[in-house]
Design a protein around this ligand. Structure first.
Ligand SMILES: O=P(O)(O)OC[C@H]1O[C@](O)(CO)[C@@H](O)[C@@H]1O
Length: 428
């Protein structure tokens, strides 16, 4: 992973090289704390040990029992689904890879009508084993398989924690179970048994994903000027402290669109604490040049844009054309066009004084994705250390969960007391 901070400096909000150099002293201390946390396999910090603690062979053994499926369905939510979605999209698969990470009945019904249920592997993931959306969807998928005469126990792989409903169900039906990694919050668990099974099922080189992560782990150092991941995390933090409350994650590769969604959970759920944090906006190049770029360039001076691209990408030639004004495109290629737009957008942001960071990987392949995912996790942890927040908890999400359970009669409050009377101003 390569990080270029050049356009992040002396923009608006203003961050100077001198300020980064002063911040680097705190990066060194934070690095020491992170390394101590890793050495103790402390909660959260253990995430950065996954290149050494994950067992790709165990992942492969778990999926080898499924003989050449046509489709894989990941059932989970948040970090228990976004990692699989990211890997499946980034690496592409001969399998039809689907993700159920919401409880929209139209989507669930529609998907069940199209899934080849007898030839689908269901990977159901929940660390807690109690998440309403995941368990509801799994029960529906299981019943659809049974109704279709498919033995769901032969089509299901579980990844879960040491206890809870999902562990009990797996034990009761003797399902193959992978353990979620200890001390690794869901949003940091992509490089583990949570998401790697999807990559393994698709025949990808899981070891290469882990090697990419390990390469980034080897770059963690006591200075942001020596560590791409820490450089990015420290720069994002420093810009947020100076007013860049929004970080638009804008990959210039369709295969990284889900990565931006994964990044959004990682950043928001880790760093949105104590009235601070940087709001991740999901964008896609070149598409959002025709959508959000107007706001990034001419809106409030409260943004950082993160531009991500592979240095090498597949290509498609553009035929010669005599169309007025378009002859310059003919004979070129889409990669040339996309990379020209990447550079032009980067320069246009700089010209409008919008700070932006360039992140590159050699290719969007197993190694490149491993580098990028691990690098963002390490960047997030560094940001959290510098911001002094509890990076690895997410207490604010619990209020809504309790209220929803209450409304459905499953909580410790009566349904009518689950949510306060809503203030109304109805315009109809
Ligand atoms: O893996 P689980 O326990 O189902 O949790 C799913 C997701 O829900 C959250 O706990 C938030 O509610 C996320 O942190 C997590 O990734």
């Amino acid at each position: 992973m390569y990080v270029d901070l050049g356009n992040a400096l002396d923009a608006e909000p203003r961050l100077t090289r001198e300020a980064l150099e002063r911040l680097d002293e705190r990066v060194a201390d934070a690095h020491d704390r992170i390394e101590r946390g890793r050495a103790e396999a402390a909660h959260g910090y253990a995430s950065l040990n996954l290149p050494e603690t994950v067992d790709p062979a165990a992942v492969r053994r778990a999926v080898d029992r499924f003989d050449d499926p046509a489709a894989v369905l990941s059932v989970g939510i948040g970090g228990s689904a976004l990692g699989a979605a990211t890997l499946a999209e980034a690496l592409g698969t001969d399998l039809d890879a689907y993700v159920l990470d919401n409880v929209d009945p139209a989507r669930v019904a529609g998907l069940l009508e199209t899934l080849p249920l007898s030839d689908t592997v269901v990977h159901v993931v929940s660390r807690s084993g109690t998440t309403a959306e995941t368990l509801s969807n799994f029960l529906i998928v299981r019943e659809a398989m049974a109704d279709a005469g498919v033995d769901w126990t032969e089509r299901t792989l579980v990844t879960t924690g040491p206890s809870g409903n999902l562990r009990n169900l797996a034990d009761r039906h003797d399902l193959p179970v992978l353990d979620v990694p200890a001390g690794v919050p869901g949003r940091f668990s992509v490089l583990s048994t949570v998401a790697l099974p999807v990559a393994a099922l698709a025949g990808h080189d899981v070891e290469a994903i882990v090697d990419g992560a390990r390469a980034e782990a080897d770059r963690l150092a006591g200075s942001l000027f020596e560590s791409p991941a820490y450089a990015y995390g420290a720069t994002c933090h420093a810009l947020e402290r100076r007013g860049a409350g929004v970080n638009a994650m804008m990959p210039y590769a369709e295969s990284l669109e889900s990565f931006a969604e994964w990044f959004a959970q990682l950043w928001a759920e880790s760093l949105g604490k104590d009235a601070v944090g940087q709001t991740p906006a999901r964008a896609l190049g070149a598409t959002d040049q025709h959508s959000q770029l107007q706001l990034y360039r001419a809106g409030p001076r409260d943004k950082l844009v993160t531009l991500v691209r592979p240095r090498e990408r597949p290509d498609v030639a553009i035929p010669e054309t005599d169309l007025d004004g378009l002859a310059y495109l003919g004979g070129g290629s889409l990669a040339d066009l996309l990379d020209a737009e990447f550079r032009a957008t980067e320069a246009s942001l700089a010209a409008s004084n919008c700070p932006n960071v360039r992140i590159e990987v050699d290719r969007v392949d197993e190694r490149g994705v491993g580098e990028l995912l691990y690098g963002m996790e390490a960047a997030c942890i560094m940001y959290g250390e510098l911001a002094g927040v509890e990076t690895f908890t997410q207490p604010a999400v619990e209020w809504g969960k309790r209220a929803a359970r209450g409304l459905l009669g499953g909580g410790d409050v009566d349904a009518e007391d689950a949510v306060p009377e809503k203030r109304r101003l109805v315009i109809d």
